[in-house]
Design a protein around this ligand. Sequence first.
Ligand SMILES: *Cc1c(COP(=O)(O)O)cnc(C)c1O
Length: 473
Amino acid sequence: MKYADYAKWTNRATQWIETHFATLRDKPVRAQTQIGEIAARLPASPPEHATDMETIIADFEHIVPDGITHWQHPRFFAYFQSNAAPASMIAEQLTNAIAAQCMLWQTSPAATEIEQVMIDWFRQAMALPDGFKGVIQDSASSATLSAVLTMRERATGFTGNDTGLSTQPRLRIYCSEQVHSSIDKACWVAGIGQDNLIKIPTNSAYQMDPAALQSAITADRAAGHTPAGVILCTGGTSIGACDDLPPVLAISRAEDLYTHLDAAWAGSAMICPELRDIWVGAENCDSIVFNPHKWLGANFDCSIQFLKDPDIQRRTMGLRPSYLETPQASEITNFNEWTVPLGRRFRALKLWFLVRAYGLEGLRERMRNHVKWAQELEAKLAAHPDFTITTHSRLSLFTFQHTPANADPNTASANLLQKINDDGRIYLTQTLHNGAFVIRFVAGQFDCTRDDVMLAYDVITELANSAPTGDQS
Ligand SMILES: *Cc1c(COP(=O)(O)O)cnc(C)c1O
């Protein structure tokens, strides 16, 4: 295929996409294929000679769609949504065609400058103070790794990169038990080590206990360790836990620790002023991450990391070999110096399209509806004798158990979840909460309607009636 044939084949792909969206509500949300079924449809060896695009697209149509779990299905209520608003998809198509590598300002000034403007638009939309800067990363995992590396370098007087950690005192990082596994992984990869990530107990609202944090820091200093940073969460993945930020930030400031706030999912909703009570004090964090590629509507991947003082992170990762030197370096931003990877996609374009095509008000309206509908569903399930709400709606996320009489609730819930996902009309996933198997419900797909959410009630209660309620699995 040649560049000159691009329009022909992209039109062909567009036709497929149109049919795909027109029929999406009728498809099972979670892929129903068996392990190995898709791989078995591909030849075992690569082709030596060119295949025509007609055949390639026909094979795509026959082989791939069955094996797709439809994240853009309006009844995807699992994990956290990974949205792709139509306007963002169009921007991503242009980004694909431009295919620029945006590591330096001069390798595509538009990418760097639109990124800076988008960061500032979202800073304003989320009511963060003037002065916060930021960078778009591929994922919250990368942003958190960047923050942990920054904690490490700051705590070692910027010597860790040079000397390694073997001659340093143990660095300690603190978080609650409700944080996402990406925090653990960042500590593995940054050389901090799992043993030095101290999980502070939580109170009855699943928030980090400030007194326990203070004692842990004091004990660590007494033992000769070096406290380096605190990681907080607004909207934890399991049940949506939100730390009470001010008391923890007060301790962090007094102890001179760097702070990072993980709001990967819930951050999108912070464009709604009336929902901001869950992150009061966020403006006092050093680093904040949220994923526009989750609830907001930008295509994966797109993760914004706000930074109060970007120089600390740039000092941590700003390697500048001679082949990357550019003129006017003091007047421009070369974003690769803020991140682990050198290469960067043009991710700001889809944010620009997204915000303009729907307006902040259009984006807010969606999230407000999702929150309202999730609460409505929670109330309906709470009123049903065979269901128990295990954690209440935090924004649009709540958890529940199937609790019929004379059955083990963990087994009954696991059985019901499997029935639901084999049925395919909706998609839900589970978490372990206080040792119990609970089913998570999250609303947040871009096209989701109230009817979609209410259909979840019908599917859950219908399949619960047909579910074996005992211990047979
Ligand atoms: C989804 C999520 C992450 C991980 O996000 P990636 O962008 O996939 O790395 C981290 N923290 C929280 C709270 C999340 O919800």
